[in-house]
Design a protein around this ligand. Structure first.
Ligand code: ASP
Length: 345
């Protein structure tokens, strides 16, 4: 657990993380944080150019969000813009780079939430919406509902003028090859022992072929928090499977009274732990800080055999980024525009 805390420490170095409920002195105020998925991300499997490519997109996403905040726009705007950048990149498992289902399709999920009003929106299982995070926001702002799925969500997206694409837009070779590899049964070698039982229950749905979900949490000039998450889910998912990412309280949560949270990891475990809301609840009822609450929930998920990570931001701009995997694409930007990105533990 200490290793995990250290792993996430680079971007929170100016805070004393061990002082319990005491209010920390922050030298830097974080205004926006992102993740680009957690998983078996090892330096030895990464070329310098791949690493640079990931870092470049993460920085672009951070800057896109930051520019919104700097211009005085809301944390919701910042979250949406930052996520757009990652959805439009083939590198991440969201939008353009979404993974394939067992049927060889790309079914996308996303959600967004506003901390001030607890308003929220989500879409699941969509196949033609270029930027699902914008569809989630439209559900929140332009409908009286919180969640729309499949064809209905796509009709709604069309009606509100969002960009629709042919499903082939989401085809990428890397993701297609990953599906073929799983289908050939060549995917279990990196599984951990304690995952075997869960893995057999899930059949050939493999946690090592899912990383790249994207998420963002932000704090604007008005002191309002927002969170959003977007994903293609897990490679080889079947029967309309939906993970935690579009589920408010599981993959995404924001409440000005506590924190904003975006999760990434093995969705079934995040749903069963109501992960994002649990972080908020630990802060609200137990007075935990972002690090304690985030770590507690990641530990619970780990004990059950799940894996992944999350980003958590409180109203003061404190950020925790706990994860129990080898790595998590992640980054922060402070009020003065200083951008930092990290990949490994
Ligand atoms: N949580 C996502 C899902 O289960 C996947 C991920 O974050 O890697 O659909």
């Amino acid at each position: 657990m200490i290793a995990m805390i250290i792993g996430a420490a680079a971007v929170t170095a100016s805070c004393n993380r061990n002082d319990g409920n005491k209010k920390e002195e922050m030298k830097e105020k974080f205004v926006l944080a992102i993740h680009g998925g957690a998983g078996t991300i090892l330096k030895k499997n990464m070329t310098d150019s791949m690493e640079q490519a990931y870092k470049t997109v993460l920085e672009q996403a951070l800057n896109a969000g930051y520019n919104q905040l700097k211009a005085g726009h809301s944390s919701l705007d910042a979250v949406e813009h930052a996520i757009h950048v990652m959805e439009d990149s083939p590198l991440f498992n969201a939008g353009k780079g979404a993974v394939f289902t067992n049927a060889g399709r790309n079914e996308l999920d996303a959600s967004i939430m506003e901390g001030k009003t607890l308003a929220a929106g989500a879409v699941a299982g969509v196949t033609t919406i270029r930027n699902p995070i914008s569809a989630a926001r439209a559900v929140m702002e332009k409908s009286e509902h919180v969640m729309m799925v499949g064809k209905g969500a796509e009709e709604f997206a069309k009606e509100v003028g969002l960009q629709l694409v042919d499903p082939s837009y989401f085809w990428t070779k890397t993701r297609w090859d990953a599906l073929q590899k799983i289908k050939k049964g060549d995917s279990t070698k990196t599984q951990l022992d304690h995952d075997q039982k869960q893995s057999s229950r899930l059949g050939t749905l493999n946690k090592d072929y899912k990383f790249g979900t994207v998420g963002c949490v932000a704090l604007d000039n008005q002191g309002n928090l927002a969170a959003g998450t977007s994903t293609g889910g897990m490679t080889n998912k079947k029967f309309g499977r939906v993970g935690d990412s579009p589920i408010i309280g599981a993959g995404t949560y924001a409440n000005n009274a506590t924190c904003a949270v975006s999760c990434t990891g093995w969705g079934e475990f995040y749903i069963r732990n109501v992960a994002a809301y649990s972080v908020s609840a630990l802060m609200e009822y137990k007075n935990d800080n972002v690090w304690q609450a985030g770590q507690e929930v990641i530990d619970r998920i780990g004990k059950m055999g799940g894996d992944g990570g999350m980003i958590v931001m409180d109203k003061q701009g404190h950020v925790a980024m706990p994860f129990n995997t080898e790595g998590m694409y992640r980054g922060t930007v402070t009020k003065d525009g200083k951008v930092e990105v990290e990949i490994y533990k």
